[in-house]
Design a protein around this ligand. Structure first.
Ligand code: NAP
Length: 342
């Protein structure tokens, strides 16, 4: 009789914990020297929980980190990868036990603590949350940090805008955050308008009621333009965000969460003091645990999981350098799953 795959996995984990078993990770030695490397657990930063990673995902920040052009990584060598899911293989914290399925998003992992583009991770238990029951490991990383950020943004809109107030604009709509927030907001009953340079039918299928081609969007010239949007999720910054601020309706709110176009923002105080609008920052990296659980609960309840196959691409550690160049050129649509587990 052959050995079952779970027995083999247990043997592999026992070897990993007892010896300096070797495994694969994508390592940045410096901003220019990078690639897949065989390492052992002494390479991993400290923590009270070891996780065998099943999947990671490719986020915009990973693109910045791997490109080496923006100072995302705080020390070298470093394993990038800002998120992962997997199974606990060893824990000295009683909240987690062997076999628990966990997710990690942010907390500086993949920036200043060895990250998710690796077969194993060692992290702080306070950074982990248990995988929600209705979400599989694979689905959790199709969603990934971009999708969890989308949920934080959707919560902000849902708590501050009434559906009857009007439409919600989503910029960078075909990207990871945009694709998921369109679906979530639509399923919450909001009318979403996608601003995108990509394929219209993709965005309509996710739930957008209208798509504005980015080349047809006129950048506002005046501080107060015609009032168009009850709210906005902005993932691009720069002149698009400046323009949207002057188009937000009285009492409206903008979730500023990204800079895919630019980190710059030129605006005036007029829309804030004359239209009572709010520009609210949304950060996923250091959001507290209760916010994270609320966001993952919203995803569990309101995301249309049948759309995940439609928005995902599957890639491997060997694809990371190519992905990095593509995401920084705005060429990636939807979400990219990184397959790690054996
Ligand atoms: N604050 C946080 O905690 C947090 C968390 C996650 C992500 N983010 C940030 O949010 C942003 C989006 O992340 P993502 O995962 O959605 O990235 P993504 O998948 O690369 O999507 C970004 C989208 O922005 C649009 N875009 C790209 N370049 C542009 C340009 N020059 N001008 C206008 N639009 C442009 C493109 O969409 P279209 O072709 O459809 O227009 C692109 O697909 C990034 O800046 C990321 O760092 C922040």
């Amino acid at each position: 009789m052959g050995t079952s795959s779970s027995t083999l996995q247990n043997m592999e984990i026992a070897r990993f914990m007892d010896n300096n078993e070797k495994f694969k990770a994508f390592v940045m030695e410096s901003n220019t020297k990078k690639g897949i490397k065989i390492i052992d657990k002494s390479f991993l930063d400290d923590g009270d929980v070891f996780v065998k990673i099943s999947f990671s995902s490719f986020n915009y920040k990973d693109g910045l980190a791997i490109s080496g052009k923006t100072p995302i990584l705080r020390k070298f060598p470093m394993i990038p990868g800002v998120d992962f899911c997997g199974k606990v293989i060893n824990s000295s914290n009683k909240s987690f036990k062997k076999g628990d399925k966990v997710i990690l998003n942010g907390w500086g992992v993949g920036e200043n603590h060895t990250g998710g583009f690796s077969q194993f991770a060692r992290v702080k238990s306070k950074w982990l949350i248990k995988l929600p029951k209705k979400i599989s490991e694979k689905q959790s990383m199709i969603i990934g940090s971009a999708g969890y950020t989308a949920a934080l943004c959707a919560i902000l809109i849902n708590e501050n805008v009434k559906k009857k107030d009007g439409k919600i604009l989503v910029t960078g709509a075909s990207g990871g955050v945009g694709s998921i927030v369109i679906n979530l907001l639509s399923n919450l009953g909001f009318q979403t308008v996608a601003l995108s340079a990509k394929n219209k039918s993709y965005l309509l299928k996710l739930g957008a009621v209208e798509v504005i081609d980015r080349k047809d969007y006129k950048i506002a010239k005046k501080p107060l333009e015609k009032q168009k949007w009850a709210g906005c999720i902005d993932t691009v910054g720069g002149e698009i965000l400046s323009s949207v601020i002057s188009e937000i309706k009285y009492n409206g709110i903008i979730a500023s969460t990204g800079l895919a176009s630019s980190h710059l923002l030129h605006t005036t105080v007029y829309p804030f003091i004359l239209r009572n609008i709010t520009l609210a920052g949304v950060d996923c990296v250091y959001a507290d645990k209760s916010k994270r659980i609320k966001a993952w609960n919203l995803l569990e309840r309101k995301l249309d999981f049948s759309k995940l196959d439609f928005i995902k691409s599957e890639k491997n550690l060997s694809d990371l350098k190519t992905l990095s160049a593509k995401i920084l050129q705005g060429k990636i649509k939807g979400r990219t799953l990184i397959k790690i587990g054996t």
